[in-house]
Design a binder for this molecule. Structure first.
Ligand code: AMP
Ligand code: DBH
Length: 549
Protein backbone atom coordinates (compact mmCIF):
# COMPACT_ATOMS: atom_id res chain seq x y z
CA UNK A 1 0.00 0.00 0.00
CA UNK A 2 1.12 3.57 -0.57
CA UNK A 3 0.85 5.50 2.64
CA UNK A 4 -1.39 8.55 2.45
CA UNK A 5 -1.60 8.15 6.21
CA UNK A 6 -1.46 5.49 8.85
CA UNK A 7 -5.06 6.36 9.66
CA UNK A 8 -6.72 5.11 6.50
CA UNK A 9 -6.06 2.46 3.89
CA UNK A 10 -4.30 3.92 0.87
CA UNK A 11 -4.43 2.83 -2.73
CA UNK A 12 -2.54 -0.44 -3.23
CA UNK A 13 0.78 0.18 -4.99
CA UNK A 14 -0.23 -1.59 -8.19
CA UNK A 15 -3.32 0.63 -8.50
CA UNK A 16 -1.40 3.79 -7.68
CA UNK A 17 1.09 2.92 -10.41
CA UNK A 18 -1.68 2.21 -12.86
CA UNK A 19 -3.45 5.52 -12.14
CA UNK A 20 -0.20 7.43 -12.53
CA UNK A 21 0.75 5.63 -15.73
CA UNK A 22 -2.70 6.29 -17.19
CA UNK A 23 -2.19 10.00 -16.49
CA UNK A 24 -5.08 10.34 -14.04
CA UNK A 25 -2.77 11.24 -11.17
CA UNK A 26 -0.71 14.17 -12.34
CA UNK A 27 1.52 14.58 -9.33
CA UNK A 28 0.11 18.00 -8.43
CA UNK A 29 -0.89 19.41 -5.05
CA UNK A 30 -3.50 22.06 -4.30
CA UNK A 31 -0.85 24.44 -3.04
CA UNK A 32 1.23 23.98 -6.17
CA UNK A 33 -1.76 24.27 -8.45
CA UNK A 34 -2.76 27.66 -7.04
CA UNK A 35 0.84 28.91 -7.26
CA UNK A 36 1.09 27.86 -10.89
CA UNK A 37 -2.17 29.63 -11.80
CA UNK A 38 -1.13 32.74 -9.88
CA UNK A 39 2.17 32.88 -11.74
CA UNK A 40 0.47 32.34 -15.09
CA UNK A 41 -2.35 34.89 -14.65
CA UNK A 42 -1.93 36.87 -11.41
CA UNK A 43 -4.45 39.54 -12.37
CA UNK A 44 -7.29 37.28 -13.41
CA UNK A 45 -10.17 37.30 -10.92
CA UNK A 46 -10.37 34.05 -8.94
CA UNK A 47 -13.09 34.68 -6.37
CA UNK A 48 -15.99 37.12 -6.29
CA UNK A 49 -17.57 37.54 -2.89
CA UNK A 50 -20.63 39.79 -3.03
CA UNK A 51 -20.86 39.79 0.77
CA UNK A 52 -18.67 42.22 2.70
CA UNK A 53 -19.45 45.01 0.24
CA UNK A 54 -18.27 42.99 -2.75
CA UNK A 55 -14.72 41.70 -3.05
CA UNK A 56 -12.85 40.39 -6.04
CA UNK A 57 -9.66 38.50 -5.29
CA UNK A 58 -7.31 37.83 -8.15
CA UNK A 59 -5.33 34.62 -8.41
CA UNK A 60 -2.28 36.58 -7.32
CA UNK A 61 -4.06 37.92 -4.28
CA UNK A 62 -5.53 34.57 -3.24
CA UNK A 63 -2.10 32.98 -3.62
CA UNK A 64 -0.40 35.68 -1.54
CA UNK A 65 -3.08 35.49 1.14
CA UNK A 66 -2.74 31.71 1.32
CA UNK A 67 1.01 32.10 1.74
CA UNK A 68 0.66 34.60 4.56
CA UNK A 69 -1.98 32.58 6.38
CA UNK A 70 0.06 29.39 5.91
CA UNK A 71 2.97 31.11 7.63
CA UNK A 72 0.64 32.27 10.41
CA UNK A 73 -0.68 28.74 10.96
CA UNK A 74 2.87 27.43 11.20
CA UNK A 75 3.78 30.17 13.65
CA UNK A 76 0.90 29.03 15.85
CA UNK A 77 2.09 25.47 15.80
CA UNK A 78 -0.38 24.14 13.23
CA UNK A 79 1.52 21.97 10.78
CA UNK A 80 1.61 19.00 8.49
CA UNK A 81 -0.99 16.32 9.21
CA UNK A 82 -2.84 18.43 11.81
CA UNK A 83 -6.60 18.52 11.43
CA UNK A 84 -8.47 21.82 11.30
CA UNK A 85 -12.26 21.87 11.39
CA UNK A 86 -13.42 24.52 8.92
CA UNK A 87 -17.00 25.74 9.25
CA UNK A 88 -17.41 28.74 7.01
CA UNK A 89 -20.22 30.13 4.89
CA UNK A 90 -19.76 31.04 1.23
CA UNK A 91 -17.16 33.76 1.72
CA UNK A 92 -13.78 34.38 0.11
CA UNK A 93 -11.91 33.47 3.31
CA UNK A 94 -13.06 29.89 2.85
CA UNK A 95 -10.53 29.61 0.01
CA UNK A 96 -7.83 31.56 1.80
CA UNK A 97 -8.11 29.17 4.76
CA UNK A 98 -8.23 25.91 2.85
CA UNK A 99 -5.39 26.80 0.48
CA UNK A 100 -3.26 27.90 3.44
CA UNK A 101 -3.94 24.54 5.09
CA UNK A 102 -3.33 22.64 1.83
CA UNK A 103 -0.01 24.42 1.47
CA UNK A 104 1.34 23.32 4.83
CA UNK A 105 -0.21 19.85 4.59
CA UNK A 106 -2.67 20.43 7.44
CA UNK A 107 -6.02 18.78 6.74
CA UNK A 108 -9.23 20.79 6.57
CA UNK A 109 -12.20 18.89 7.99
CA UNK A 110 -15.16 20.20 6.01
CA UNK A 111 -18.03 20.96 8.39
CA UNK A 112 -21.24 22.52 7.06
CA UNK A 113 -22.69 25.80 8.36
CA UNK A 114 -25.78 23.84 9.47
CA UNK A 115 -23.79 21.70 11.91
CA UNK A 116 -24.21 22.40 15.59
CA UNK A 117 -22.60 21.48 18.88
CA UNK A 118 -23.05 17.73 18.69
CA UNK A 119 -21.54 17.39 15.22
CA UNK A 120 -18.75 19.93 15.72
CA UNK A 121 -17.80 18.44 19.07
CA UNK A 122 -17.51 15.06 17.37
CA UNK A 123 -15.42 16.39 14.48
CA UNK A 124 -13.07 18.24 16.83
CA UNK A 125 -12.63 15.42 19.31
CA UNK A 126 -12.58 12.50 16.86
CA UNK A 127 -10.01 14.16 14.60
CA UNK A 128 -8.13 15.61 17.60
CA UNK A 129 -8.32 18.91 15.78
CA UNK A 130 -5.70 21.55 16.45
CA UNK A 131 -8.00 24.37 15.39
CA UNK A 132 -11.57 25.26 14.52
CA UNK A 133 -12.30 28.06 12.04
CA UNK A 134 -15.65 29.88 11.99
CA UNK A 135 -17.19 33.17 10.88
CA UNK A 136 -18.58 35.41 13.62
CA UNK A 137 -22.30 35.63 12.84
CA UNK A 138 -24.04 34.12 9.83
CA UNK A 139 -27.77 34.39 9.13
CA UNK A 140 -28.28 35.52 12.71
CA UNK A 141 -26.43 32.57 14.24
CA UNK A 142 -23.40 33.30 16.42
CA UNK A 143 -20.72 30.70 15.74
CA UNK A 144 -18.50 32.13 18.50
CA UNK A 145 -21.00 30.85 21.06
CA UNK A 146 -20.90 27.45 19.42
CA UNK A 147 -17.09 27.62 19.53
CA UNK A 148 -17.18 28.50 23.25
CA UNK A 149 -19.20 25.37 23.98
CA UNK A 150 -17.06 23.11 21.81
CA UNK A 151 -13.89 24.47 23.28
CA UNK A 152 -15.11 23.81 26.81
CA UNK A 153 -15.85 20.21 25.87
CA UNK A 154 -12.79 19.44 23.75
CA UNK A 155 -9.75 20.41 25.81
CA UNK A 156 -7.30 19.45 23.06
CA UNK A 157 -8.69 22.11 20.74
CA UNK A 158 -6.02 24.80 20.97
CA UNK A 159 -7.21 27.45 18.54
CA UNK A 160 -10.51 28.98 17.57
CA UNK A 161 -10.05 31.33 14.64
CA UNK A 162 -12.83 33.69 13.66
CA UNK A 163 -13.48 35.53 10.42
CA UNK A 164 -14.79 38.90 11.60
CA UNK A 165 -15.17 39.97 15.22
CA UNK A 166 -13.40 37.31 17.30
CA UNK A 167 -14.96 37.88 20.73
CA UNK A 168 -12.97 35.71 23.17
CA UNK A 169 -11.17 33.96 20.33
CA UNK A 170 -8.54 34.88 17.75
CA UNK A 171 -9.30 36.94 14.65
CA UNK A 172 -8.24 35.12 11.50
CA UNK A 173 -7.00 38.49 10.22
CA UNK A 174 -4.44 38.53 13.05
CA UNK A 175 -3.00 35.15 12.16
CA UNK A 176 -1.41 35.94 8.81
CA UNK A 177 2.29 36.86 8.83
CA UNK A 178 5.17 37.29 6.40
CA UNK A 179 5.43 34.23 4.13
CA UNK A 180 8.00 31.59 5.07
CA UNK A 181 9.42 28.56 3.34
CA UNK A 182 7.18 25.59 4.14
CA UNK A 183 9.37 23.03 5.93
CA UNK A 184 7.74 19.80 4.82
CA UNK A 185 5.17 20.49 2.11
CA UNK A 186 2.66 17.74 1.29
CA UNK A 187 3.29 15.29 -1.52
CA UNK A 188 0.70 14.60 -4.22
CA UNK A 189 -0.16 11.13 -2.94
CA UNK A 190 -0.66 12.36 0.62
CA UNK A 191 -3.90 13.38 2.26
CA UNK A 192 -5.28 16.82 1.44
CA UNK A 193 -8.41 16.93 3.63
CA UNK A 194 -11.17 15.01 5.36
CA UNK A 195 -14.58 15.26 3.74
CA UNK A 196 -17.81 14.28 5.50
CA UNK A 197 -19.98 11.36 4.61
CA UNK A 198 -23.76 11.73 4.73
CA UNK A 199 -23.49 8.42 6.43
CA UNK A 200 -25.81 5.74 7.60
CA UNK A 201 -24.27 5.07 11.00
CA UNK A 202 -24.46 6.60 14.48
CA UNK A 203 -21.82 9.25 13.85
CA UNK A 204 -20.72 10.78 10.54
CA UNK A 205 -17.65 9.11 9.05
CA UNK A 206 -14.68 11.00 7.64
CA UNK A 207 -13.44 10.59 4.11
CA UNK A 208 -9.69 10.89 3.50
CA UNK A 209 -8.93 12.37 0.06
CA UNK A 210 -5.48 12.82 -1.46
CA UNK A 211 -4.24 15.67 -3.65
CA UNK A 212 -3.72 13.31 -6.58
CA UNK A 213 -7.09 11.63 -6.48
CA UNK A 214 -9.18 14.74 -5.85
CA UNK A 215 -7.38 16.83 -8.44
CA UNK A 216 -8.14 14.12 -10.96
CA UNK A 217 -11.84 14.39 -10.11
CA UNK A 218 -11.55 18.14 -10.74
CA UNK A 219 -9.96 18.15 -14.16
CA UNK A 220 -11.94 15.07 -15.17
CA UNK A 221 -15.10 16.98 -14.26
CA UNK A 222 -13.93 20.12 -16.03
CA UNK A 223 -13.53 18.22 -19.30
CA UNK A 224 -16.98 16.67 -19.01
CA UNK A 225 -18.74 19.86 -17.88
CA UNK A 226 -16.97 22.15 -20.33
CA UNK A 227 -15.24 24.24 -17.68
CA UNK A 228 -12.28 26.27 -18.98
CA UNK A 229 -10.61 29.59 -18.18
CA UNK A 230 -13.60 31.49 -19.56
CA UNK A 231 -16.09 29.81 -17.26
CA UNK A 232 -17.79 31.52 -14.35
CA UNK A 233 -18.94 29.07 -11.65
CA UNK A 234 -21.62 30.16 -9.22
CA UNK A 235 -21.30 28.44 -5.85
CA UNK A 236 -24.89 28.45 -4.62
CA UNK A 237 -24.78 25.39 -2.32
CA UNK A 238 -22.66 25.38 0.88
CA UNK A 239 -19.06 25.64 -0.36
CA UNK A 240 -17.72 22.84 1.83
CA UNK A 241 -20.06 20.23 0.39
CA UNK A 242 -18.38 17.83 -1.99
CA UNK A 243 -20.73 18.65 -4.90
CA UNK A 244 -20.09 22.42 -5.15
CA UNK A 245 -16.49 21.87 -4.08
CA UNK A 246 -15.54 19.41 -6.79
CA UNK A 247 -18.23 18.57 -9.31
CA UNK A 248 -16.66 20.52 -10.98
CA UNK A 249 -17.32 23.10 -8.34
CA UNK A 250 -15.21 25.91 -7.02
CA UNK A 251 -12.00 23.88 -6.95
CA UNK A 252 -12.59 22.64 -10.50
CA UNK A 253 -13.10 26.25 -11.57
CA UNK A 254 -9.90 27.38 -9.84
CA UNK A 255 -8.02 24.47 -11.40
CA UNK A 256 -9.18 25.72 -14.82
CA UNK A 257 -8.18 29.32 -14.05
CA UNK A 258 -11.86 30.27 -14.18
CA UNK A 259 -13.83 32.58 -11.90
CA UNK A 260 -15.77 31.56 -8.80
CA UNK A 261 -18.76 33.64 -7.72
CA UNK A 262 -20.02 32.97 -4.20
CA UNK A 263 -23.74 33.19 -3.50
CA UNK A 264 -24.48 33.76 0.18
CA UNK A 265 -27.81 31.99 -0.35
CA UNK A 266 -29.09 29.82 -3.20
CA UNK A 267 -32.51 31.43 -3.56
CA UNK A 268 -33.38 33.04 -6.92
CA UNK A 269 -33.63 36.52 -5.38
CA UNK A 270 -29.93 36.29 -4.47
CA UNK A 271 -28.60 34.02 -7.22
CA UNK A 272 -30.35 35.45 -10.30
CA UNK A 273 -28.96 38.99 -9.95
CA UNK A 274 -25.50 37.46 -9.48
CA UNK A 275 -25.88 35.35 -12.63
CA UNK A 276 -26.92 38.43 -14.57
CA UNK A 277 -24.21 40.70 -13.20
CA UNK A 278 -21.28 38.27 -13.27
CA UNK A 279 -22.32 36.45 -16.46
CA UNK A 280 -22.30 33.09 -14.69
CA UNK A 281 -21.92 30.15 -17.11
CA UNK A 282 -22.33 27.13 -14.85
CA UNK A 283 -23.70 26.22 -11.43
CA UNK A 284 -24.91 23.25 -9.41
CA UNK A 285 -28.10 22.72 -7.40
CA UNK A 286 -29.91 20.03 -5.47
CA UNK A 287 -33.29 18.99 -6.95
CA UNK A 288 -35.57 21.09 -4.67
CA UNK A 289 -33.66 24.25 -5.58
CA UNK A 290 -33.66 23.36 -9.26
CA UNK A 291 -37.47 23.25 -9.02
CA UNK A 292 -37.58 26.65 -7.35
CA UNK A 293 -35.25 28.16 -9.95
CA UNK A 294 -37.24 26.67 -12.81
CA UNK A 295 -40.39 28.29 -11.50
CA UNK A 296 -38.75 31.61 -10.66
CA UNK A 297 -37.10 31.88 -14.08
CA UNK A 298 -40.53 31.99 -15.69
CA UNK A 299 -41.05 35.45 -14.16
CA UNK A 300 -38.26 36.57 -16.49
CA UNK A 301 -37.05 39.44 -14.35
CA UNK A 302 -33.40 38.57 -14.85
CA UNK A 303 -31.16 37.91 -17.81
CA UNK A 304 -29.93 34.35 -17.31
CA UNK A 305 -28.72 33.97 -20.88
CA UNK A 306 -25.07 33.50 -19.86
CA UNK A 307 -25.94 30.23 -18.13
CA UNK A 308 -24.81 27.27 -20.25
CA UNK A 309 -25.01 24.38 -17.79
CA UNK A 310 -27.08 23.60 -14.73
CA UNK A 311 -25.83 20.61 -12.76
CA UNK A 312 -28.44 18.89 -10.62
CA UNK A 313 -27.56 16.17 -8.14
CA UNK A 314 -27.30 15.13 -4.52
CA UNK A 315 -30.66 13.39 -4.69
CA UNK A 316 -32.74 11.89 -7.46
CA UNK A 317 -34.08 14.49 -9.89
CA UNK A 318 -37.45 13.43 -11.20
CA UNK A 319 -37.78 13.04 -14.93
CA UNK A 320 -40.73 15.39 -14.95
CA UNK A 321 -38.75 18.17 -13.26
CA UNK A 322 -35.69 17.45 -15.41
CA UNK A 323 -37.71 18.04 -18.58
CA UNK A 324 -38.59 21.56 -17.46
CA UNK A 325 -35.01 22.79 -16.99
CA UNK A 326 -34.02 23.56 -20.57
CA UNK A 327 -37.25 25.34 -21.55
CA UNK A 328 -37.31 27.38 -18.35
CA UNK A 329 -33.66 28.29 -17.90
CA UNK A 330 -32.42 28.04 -21.47
CA UNK A 331 -29.40 25.94 -20.48
CA UNK A 332 -28.28 22.33 -20.67
CA UNK A 333 -29.17 20.15 -17.73
CA UNK A 334 -26.38 17.95 -16.50
CA UNK A 335 -27.40 15.33 -13.96
CA UNK A 336 -24.70 14.43 -11.49
CA UNK A 337 -24.74 11.44 -9.20
CA UNK A 338 -21.76 11.68 -6.90
CA UNK A 339 -20.51 10.90 -3.45
CA UNK A 340 -17.89 12.40 -1.19
CA UNK A 341 -16.28 8.94 -1.05
CA UNK A 342 -15.34 9.34 -4.71
CA UNK A 343 -17.26 8.13 -7.76
CA UNK A 344 -18.99 10.90 -9.70
CA UNK A 345 -21.26 10.30 -12.70
CA UNK A 346 -22.42 12.92 -15.18
CA UNK A 347 -24.75 12.94 -18.11
CA UNK A 348 -22.70 14.29 -21.00
CA UNK A 349 -23.48 17.68 -22.50
CA UNK A 350 -24.01 16.04 -25.91
CA UNK A 351 -26.09 13.11 -24.65
CA UNK A 352 -29.54 12.87 -26.23
CA UNK A 353 -32.13 14.83 -24.22
CA UNK A 354 -33.84 11.54 -23.26
CA UNK A 355 -30.63 10.29 -21.66
CA UNK A 356 -30.13 13.60 -19.86
CA UNK A 357 -33.59 13.58 -18.31
CA UNK A 358 -33.87 9.86 -17.52
CA UNK A 359 -30.41 8.88 -16.22
CA UNK A 360 -27.96 10.04 -13.58
CA UNK A 361 -25.01 9.86 -15.93
CA UNK A 362 -21.92 7.74 -16.28
CA UNK A 363 -18.57 7.80 -14.47
CA UNK A 364 -15.84 10.38 -15.00
CA UNK A 365 -13.09 7.87 -15.64
CA UNK A 366 -12.55 4.90 -17.93
CA UNK A 367 -10.82 3.42 -14.88
CA UNK A 368 -13.91 3.74 -12.67
CA UNK A 369 -14.95 0.15 -12.10
CA UNK A 370 -18.69 -0.32 -11.65
CA UNK A 371 -20.38 -3.44 -10.38
CA UNK A 372 -24.12 -3.94 -9.94
CA UNK A 373 -24.68 -6.93 -7.68
CA UNK A 374 -27.40 -8.86 -5.86
CA UNK A 375 -27.53 -9.35 -2.09
CA UNK A 376 -24.83 -12.06 -2.34
CA UNK A 377 -22.43 -9.88 -4.34
CA UNK A 378 -23.11 -11.74 -7.59
CA UNK A 379 -22.83 -9.51 -10.66
CA UNK A 380 -26.10 -8.86 -12.44
CA UNK A 381 -26.52 -8.68 -16.21
CA UNK A 382 -26.75 -5.21 -17.81
CA UNK A 383 -30.11 -3.68 -16.96
CA UNK A 384 -30.50 -5.61 -13.73
CA UNK A 385 -31.27 -3.58 -10.60
CA UNK A 386 -28.90 -4.12 -7.66
CA UNK A 387 -26.31 -2.71 -5.31
CA UNK A 388 -23.72 -0.36 -6.76
CA UNK A 389 -20.12 -1.19 -5.88
CA UNK A 390 -17.25 0.89 -7.20
CA UNK A 391 -13.49 1.18 -7.24
CA UNK A 392 -11.34 3.66 -9.11
CA UNK A 393 -8.74 6.41 -9.28
CA UNK A 394 -10.59 8.87 -7.03
CA UNK A 395 -12.65 6.58 -4.80
CA UNK A 396 -11.38 5.97 -1.27
CA UNK A 397 -10.28 2.56 -0.06
CA UNK A 398 -11.49 3.18 3.47
CA UNK A 399 -12.81 5.79 5.89
CA UNK A 400 -10.51 7.58 8.27
CA UNK A 401 -9.86 5.73 11.54
CA UNK A 402 -12.79 3.37 11.07
CA UNK A 403 -11.47 -0.17 10.59
CA UNK A 404 -14.69 -1.88 11.64
CA UNK A 405 -16.86 0.26 9.32
CA UNK A 406 -14.39 -0.33 6.56
CA UNK A 407 -14.82 -4.06 6.83
CA UNK A 408 -18.54 -3.58 6.14
CA UNK A 409 -18.35 -0.69 3.66
CA UNK A 410 -15.69 -2.15 1.34
CA UNK A 411 -15.25 -5.52 -0.29
CA UNK A 412 -12.07 -7.48 0.37
CA UNK A 413 -10.72 -6.31 -2.99
CA UNK A 414 -11.43 -2.65 -2.27
CA UNK A 415 -14.79 -1.88 -3.87
CA UNK A 416 -16.81 0.74 -2.00
CA UNK A 417 -20.34 -0.37 -1.15
CA UNK A 418 -22.24 2.82 -2.05
CA UNK A 419 -25.54 1.67 -0.52
CA UNK A 420 -27.27 2.87 -3.68
CA UNK A 421 -29.53 0.60 -5.70
CA UNK A 422 -29.10 1.23 -9.41
CA UNK A 423 -29.34 -0.22 -12.87
CA UNK A 424 -27.10 0.40 -15.87
CA UNK A 425 -28.32 1.04 -19.37
CA UNK A 426 -26.72 -0.33 -22.54
CA UNK A 427 -24.84 2.97 -22.91
CA UNK A 428 -23.34 2.57 -19.42
CA UNK A 429 -25.50 5.29 -17.90
CA UNK A 430 -26.62 4.71 -14.33
CA UNK A 431 -30.20 5.08 -13.17
CA UNK A 432 -30.61 5.41 -9.40
CA UNK A 433 -33.57 3.22 -8.40
CA UNK A 434 -33.35 3.35 -4.65
CA UNK A 435 -31.17 2.86 -1.63
CA UNK A 436 -30.20 -0.02 0.63
CA UNK A 437 -28.43 2.10 3.26
CA UNK A 438 -30.37 3.27 6.30
CA UNK A 439 -30.40 6.90 5.28
CA UNK A 440 -32.96 9.54 4.41
CA UNK A 441 -32.06 11.87 1.55
CA UNK A 442 -33.82 15.10 2.33
CA UNK A 443 -33.41 16.92 -0.98
CA UNK A 444 -29.67 16.27 -0.99
CA UNK A 445 -29.17 16.60 2.76
CA UNK A 446 -28.40 13.15 4.07
CA UNK A 447 -29.76 11.98 7.40
CA UNK A 448 -28.45 8.76 8.93
CA UNK A 449 -31.41 7.06 10.60
CA UNK A 450 -29.27 5.52 13.34
CA UNK A 451 -27.81 8.86 14.34
CA UNK A 452 -31.25 10.38 14.93
CA UNK A 453 -32.57 7.23 16.56
CA UNK A 454 -29.77 7.37 19.12
CA UNK A 455 -30.69 10.93 20.03
CA UNK A 456 -34.40 10.20 20.35
CA UNK A 457 -33.65 7.12 22.47
CA UNK A 458 -32.05 9.42 25.01
CA UNK A 459 -35.51 10.88 25.74
CA UNK A 460 -36.65 9.47 29.10
CA UNK A 461 -40.16 8.61 27.87
CA UNK A 462 -38.99 6.78 24.74
CA UNK A 463 -38.77 3.00 24.74
CA UNK A 464 -37.91 2.48 21.07
CA UNK A 465 -37.71 4.45 17.84
CA UNK A 466 -37.33 3.87 14.11
CA UNK A 467 -36.60 6.72 11.72
CA UNK A 468 -37.74 6.26 8.11
CA UNK A 469 -38.26 8.35 5.00
CA UNK A 470 -41.64 9.57 3.86
CA UNK A 471 -42.36 10.87 0.37
CA UNK A 472 -42.43 14.63 -0.12
CA UNK A 473 -43.28 16.60 -3.25
CA UNK A 474 -40.66 19.24 -2.64
CA UNK A 475 -37.71 17.50 -0.94
CA UNK A 476 -38.32 14.06 -2.42
CA UNK A 477 -38.13 12.61 1.08
CA UNK A 478 -38.55 13.83 4.61
CA UNK A 479 -37.95 12.08 7.91
CA UNK A 480 -40.57 10.38 10.02
CA UNK A 481 -39.72 9.06 13.49
CA UNK A 482 -41.91 6.21 14.71
CA UNK A 483 -41.79 6.17 18.50
CA UNK A 484 -42.86 3.56 21.05
CA UNK A 485 -43.23 5.19 24.47
CA UNK A 486 -42.22 3.52 27.70
CA UNK A 487 -44.97 1.82 29.62
CA UNK A 488 -46.46 4.26 32.07
CA UNK A 489 -44.84 7.28 30.39
CA UNK A 490 -47.21 10.22 30.31
CA UNK A 491 -48.40 11.57 26.96
CA UNK A 492 -45.64 13.08 24.85
CA UNK A 493 -46.31 15.50 22.03
CA UNK A 494 -44.52 15.21 18.72
CA UNK A 495 -43.29 18.81 19.02
CA UNK A 496 -41.64 17.82 22.29
CA UNK A 497 -39.67 15.08 20.54
CA UNK A 498 -38.57 17.50 17.81
CA UNK A 499 -37.58 20.09 20.39
CA UNK A 500 -35.64 17.45 22.32
CA UNK A 501 -33.61 16.57 19.21
CA UNK A 502 -32.99 20.21 18.35
CA UNK A 503 -31.82 20.96 21.88
CA UNK A 504 -29.28 18.18 21.71
CA UNK A 505 -27.42 20.48 19.34
CA UNK A 506 -27.94 18.94 15.93
CA UNK A 507 -28.17 20.45 12.46
CA UNK A 508 -31.76 21.54 11.87
CA UNK A 509 -32.16 19.27 8.84
CA UNK A 510 -31.78 16.26 11.16
CA UNK A 511 -34.77 17.16 13.33
CA UNK A 512 -37.53 14.71 12.36
CA UNK A 513 -40.18 16.29 10.16
CA UNK A 514 -42.88 14.13 11.68
CA UNK A 515 -43.25 11.97 14.77
CA UNK A 516 -45.76 9.10 14.95
CA UNK A 517 -46.50 7.24 18.16
CA UNK A 518 -47.25 3.53 17.91
CA UNK A 519 -47.72 0.70 20.41
CA UNK A 520 -45.27 -1.61 18.64
CA UNK A 521 -43.31 -1.86 15.38
CA UNK A 522 -44.13 -4.21 12.54
CA UNK A 523 -41.53 -6.99 12.42
CA UNK A 524 -39.74 -8.81 9.67
CA UNK A 525 -39.75 -12.62 9.55
CA UNK A 526 -36.72 -12.75 11.82
CA UNK A 527 -38.06 -10.32 14.35
CA UNK A 528 -36.29 -7.12 13.26
CA UNK A 529 -38.16 -3.82 12.90
CA UNK A 530 -39.57 -3.72 9.39
CA UNK A 531 -38.68 -0.26 8.14
CA UNK A 532 -40.15 -1.24 4.80
CA UNK A 533 -43.57 -1.63 6.42
CA UNK A 534 -43.16 1.63 8.34
CA UNK A 535 -42.29 3.48 5.12
CA UNK A 536 -45.33 1.95 3.42
CA UNK A 537 -47.53 2.89 6.37
CA UNK A 538 -46.55 6.54 6.46
CA UNK A 539 -46.74 6.82 2.67
CA UNK A 540 -50.27 5.38 2.71
CA UNK A 541 -51.26 7.68 5.57
CA UNK A 542 -50.00 10.71 3.62
CA UNK A 543 -51.83 9.64 0.47
CA UNK A 544 -55.04 9.27 2.44
CA UNK A 545 -54.77 12.69 4.05
CA UNK A 546 -53.42 14.84 1.20
CA UNK A 547 -56.15 16.08 -1.11
CA UNK A 548 -55.58 15.29 -4.80
CA UNK A 549 -54.90 18.46 -6.81
P1 AMP B 1 -22.42 11.16 0.48
O1 AMP B 1 -21.92 9.74 0.52
O2 AMP B 1 -22.86 11.70 1.76
O3 AMP B 1 -21.51 12.07 -0.23
O4 AMP B 1 -23.77 11.13 -0.37
C1 AMP B 1 -23.76 10.57 -1.63
C2 AMP B 1 -25.08 9.91 -1.87
O5 AMP B 1 -26.03 10.88 -2.32
C3 AMP B 1 -25.05 8.88 -2.96
O6 AMP B 1 -24.53 7.66 -2.53
C4 AMP B 1 -26.52 8.81 -3.30
O7 AMP B 1 -27.23 8.06 -2.35
C5 AMP B 1 -26.97 10.25 -3.16
N1 AMP B 1 -26.98 10.95 -4.47
C6 AMP B 1 -26.08 11.85 -4.92
N2 AMP B 1 -26.42 12.28 -6.15
C7 AMP B 1 -27.55 11.64 -6.50
C8 AMP B 1 -28.40 11.65 -7.65
N3 AMP B 1 -28.14 12.44 -8.71
N4 AMP B 1 -29.47 10.84 -7.65
C9 AMP B 1 -29.75 10.04 -6.60
N5 AMP B 1 -29.01 9.99 -5.48
C10 AMP B 1 -27.92 10.79 -5.42
O1 DBH C 1 -24.53 13.96 -2.88
C1 DBH C 1 -23.30 14.05 -3.01
O2 DBH C 1 -22.51 13.78 -2.10
C2 DBH C 1 -22.76 14.52 -4.33
C3 DBH C 1 -23.64 14.84 -5.36
C4 DBH C 1 -23.13 15.28 -6.58
C5 DBH C 1 -21.39 14.64 -4.52
O3 DBH C 1 -20.53 14.33 -3.52
C6 DBH C 1 -20.89 15.08 -5.74
C7 DBH C 1 -21.77 15.41 -6.77
O4 DBH C 1 -19.56 15.19 -5.90
Amino acid sequence: MTEPTVDAPGYPAEFAERYRAAGWWRGETFGGMLRERAERHPDRVAVVDPAAGGRRWTYGELDARADRLAAGFLARGIGKGDRVVVQLPNIAEFFEVIFALFRIGALPVFALPAHRETEIRHFCSFTEAAAYVVADVVEGYDYRVLADKVRAEVPGLKHVLVVGEPGEHTALADVATEPVTIPDPPLPHELAFLQLSGGSTGVPKLIPRTHDDYIYSLWGSNEICGVDENSVYLCALPAAHNFPLSSPGTLGALYAGARVVLAPRPSPDVAFPLIERERVTITGLVPPLALVWTEAAAAGDHDLSSLDVLLVGGAKFSEEAARRVRPALGCTLQQVFGMAEGLVNYTRLDDPEETIVTTQGRPISPDDEIRVVDDEDNDLPTGGTGHLLTRGPYTIRGYWRAPEHNAASFTADGFYRTGDVVRRTETGHIVVEGRAKDQINRGGEKVAAEEIENHILAHPAVHDVAVVSMPDDYLGERTCAYVVLREGAGPVKSVAVKKFVRERGLAAFKVPDRVEFVAAFPQTGIGKVSKKDLRAAIAAQLRATTPKP
